[in-house]
Design a protein around this ligand. Structure first.
Ligand SMILES: O=P(O)(O)OP(=O)(O)OP(=O)(O)OC[C@H]1O[C@@H](n2cnc3c(O)ncnc32)[C@H](O)[C@@H]1O
Ligand SMILES: [Mg+2]
Length: 196
C-alpha cells in the first residue's frame, strides 16, 4: 500500500520507513514541494488532523492514504511543557539543539537533574475524505543533559522506563519496540485494515 506522509521531520520519516518496511512511503514534499502548515490547534490531535487534511486536500485524490504525526514531550514538573509546543519550544523554527538547550535550562531553573517525562504521538489518517486518529505514549525520565547521538529531537535527553541510558545512546530497536510512534502506528495499521 502507498502511504503519503504529511510530515517534514526527517527523524519521523526515517522511523516511519523503518516501521513500515513493506509499504511504499512517499513524503508530501516529494509530491507537492514545500508547504507551510500552521499548527495552531490546542491539541496533538487537532494539529495532526490539520496536517493530514491539508495534504490530503492538496493531493486531490480521493483514494490517497495520508498519514500525519503530531508529537512531543511533556514534563509534569514543568506543567507538562513543552507538550504541543515541543517543535517551537526555544523559538519558531528552532533546531533540536535549541529546543534541548531550552529544556535543559528549564530543568536547571528548578534544580532537577532528572524528572519524569512522556512522549505523545497522535497519528491522523485521511482516506476517502474521512479522518481517523489514534494515540500512543512512551513514559520515562528526562535528564538535564544530552547523552548520545542516536534518534532525533529530545531523544538524547530521554531515558525510557526500565532503561538506564537515553534514546540517544540506545539502539533504535529499543525505541522501535515500544515508542509512542510505534504504538500509535500499530493502531493506525489496524484502522487501515478495517477501512481499506
Ligand atoms: O509537523 P511535522 O512536519 O510533522 O514535523 P515537526 O518536527 O514540526 O513535528 P511536530 O510538530 O509534531 O513537533 C514534534 C516535536 O517533538 C519532538 N519529537 C517528536 N517525536 C519525537 C521522538 O520520537 N523523539 C524525539 N523528539 C521527538 C520533535 O523533535 C519536534 O520538536
Ligand atoms: Mg510541526
Amino acid at each position: 500500500m502507498r502511504i503519503v506522509l504529511a510530515t517534514g521531520n526527517k527523524g519521523k520519516i526515517e522511523e516511519f520507513k523503518k516501521l513500515l518496511p513493506k509499504h511504499e512511503i512517499v513524503t508530501y514534499k516529494e509530491l507537492l514541494g514545500d508547504i507551510e502548515i500552521v499548527e495552531d490547534k490546542d491539541s496533538f490531535k487537532g494539529n495532526a488532523i490539520k496536517k493530514a487534511k491539508t495534504i490530503y486536500d492538496l493531493l486531490n485524490d480521493e483514494t490517497a492514504i495520508v498519514i500525519s504525526d503530531d508529537s512531543g514531550i511533556s514534563v509534569p514538573a514543568l506543567n507538562n511543557e513543552p507538550g504541543i509546543y515541543s517543535a517551537r519550544y526555544a523559538k519558531e523554527n528552532a533546531t533540536d539543539k535549541e529546543n534541548n538547550n531550552k529544556l535543559i535550562s528549564k530543568l536547571n531553573e528548578i534544580n532537577l537533574e532528572k524528572t519524569e517525562a512522556y512522549y505523545t504521538a497522535c497519528i491522523a489518517i485521511v482516506y476517502k475524505n474521512e479522518v481517523y486518529t489514534v494515540h500512543g505514549w512512551m513514559h520515562g525520565n528526562v535528564i538535564n543533559k544530552e547523552l548520545g547521538e542516536g534518534g532525533f529531537g529530545y531523544d538524547p535527553m530521554f531515558i525510557p522506563n526500565s532503561y538506564e541510558k537515553t534514546l540517544g545512546e540506545l539502539p533504535y530497536e529499543v525505541k522501535k519496540a515500544f515508542s509512542h510512534r510505534t504504538k500509535a502506528l500499530n493502531l493506525a495499521l489496524k484502522v487501515l485494515d478495517v477501512i481499506i
